[in-house]
Design a protein around this ligand. Structure first.
Ligand code: NAD
Length: 345
């Protein structure tokens, strides 16, 4: 899909609005993006809008917040020609994309991601939705935005933990498609050479975009983007909603990638030296989580209810080697238990 990078996005957005001539414009924010990003957007663009604001955090990505957004659109007179601009991280683009895709059977919307995770992942590919009954992303659609504008300067106010959360998805892009990019990311992280960040963000956007362009409905290769997510989602849901220990999406995926790398060794004979490198790199960035045996059993239970399961089967994306992945591997439970043992050590 066509995306706009940096300052060029402001002109593109102003042009889009001149062409579409929406009857009204709504900008969806959360408490943080309202404070840090909305004033920046206002200085870069020149259209009038109504701000709809929700509380920050994945725990508010639910039906109550969705209803609130729909109600605000109704109360402020939105109609089928209204435009919605989603200014925020993955929570805002997920809930805002879903609210817009379903309001009056669908109004046009634009994504302006403000977190690293949003820029390299959540805002690309049209997936949107909300969590339901404490499980991640159970309700949603795949509808692409009218426009995607990546403006890395928003990252200046992003807390470091949130940056690392997005960085996990970039590492994933390297691990599944490109060993040279994976090594570039490791070098970038150890030197913290911020001058190179924009080009790395672009690379990740291109990797994800190339995959979803080939397979928008996740029939085949789009599944590769789930590397680390099968167990990662289980960990994220369990830690946040059952154990009540806050764990970000990125950190959960990072741990999921270590586990999936170990499973790649068991199933695909990926050399253990490569698995050890992945574990060391990831543990050097993300604080270790502690999993007791009860936690592991609960996470495995949640795995069975992942929305990606087909006919109740849990299928994994695994690596053959760093930079080369394949999907649809069934994994015996005993290997999953061994993978947690390997992580815990
Ligand atoms: N649709 C998809 O394809 C897809 C892919 C990956 C993740 N997701 C979803 O994305 C969500 C996670 O996204 P996220 O990590 O961006 O979380 P988020 O949207 O909750 O943002 C993280 C935190 O950063 C704050 N924030 C955002 N931009 C800021 C800025 N520029 N300065 C200061 N603070 C800022 C937010 O208010 C929030 O507190 C999850 O709900 C996940 O399920 C969706």
């Amino acid at each position: 899909m066509k995306y706009h990078f940096d300052d060029s996005g402001a002109t593109a957005l102003n042009n889009l609005i001149s062409n579409l001539k929406p009857s009204s414009i709504f900008v969806l924010t959360d408490d943080n993006t309202q404070k840090y990003c909305l004033p920046v957007l206002s200085t870069l663009t020149n259209f009038k809008f109504t701000n709809v604001n929700i509380k920050a955090g994945d725990k508010f990505k639910n039906l109550d917040t969705l209803s609130f957004v729909w109600q605000e659109l109704m109360d402020y007179g939105a109609d089928r020609k209204s435009l919605m601009i989603n200014l925020g991280g993955g929570v805002i683009t997920d809930i805002g994309g879903f609210a817009a895709a379903t309001f009056k059977r669908g109004i046009k919307f634009v994504h302006i991601p403000t977190t690293l995770l949003g820029m390299v992942d959540a805002a690309i590919g049209g997936k949107n939705g909300v969590n339901f009954t404490g499980q991640k992303n159970q309700i949603g659609t795949i509808v692409p935005p009218e426009m995607l504008w990546i403006y890395p300067a928003f990252l200046k106010t992003l807390p470091p933990g949130e940056f690392d959360s997005g960085f996990a998805e970039m590492l994933k892009h390297g691990l599944i498609t490109d060993v040279a990019y994976w090594n570039d990311l490791i070098r970038y992280y150890s030197a913290k050479d911020n001058g190179r960040l924009n080009s790395l963000i672009k690379k990740s956007v291109e990797i994800k975009d190339a995959i979803i362009t080939k397979d928008p409905k996740e029939q085949n290769i789009r599944k590769l983007l789930n590397f680390g997510h099968t167990l990662g989602h289980g960990i994220e849901s369990y830690m946040n909603y059952q154990k009540k220990v806050p764990v970000s999406h990125g950190k959960a995926v990072a741990v999921g990638m270590i586990l999936a790398a170990f499973l790649s060794h068991k199933i695909n004979k990926m050399p253990i030296s490569e698995v050890d490198k992945i574990k060391n790199v990831i543990n050097g960035i993300y604080p270790k989580l502690v999993f007791e045996s009860d936690d592991i059993l609960e996470i495995i239970h949640l795995l069975r209810h992942d929305k990606k399961n087909i006919k109740g089967k849990v299928l994994f994306v695994l690596l053959h080697k760093t930079g080369k992945a394949a999907c649809d591997f069934e994994v015996p439970e005993k290997f999953i238990l061994e993978a947690f043992d390997y992580y815990n050590k």
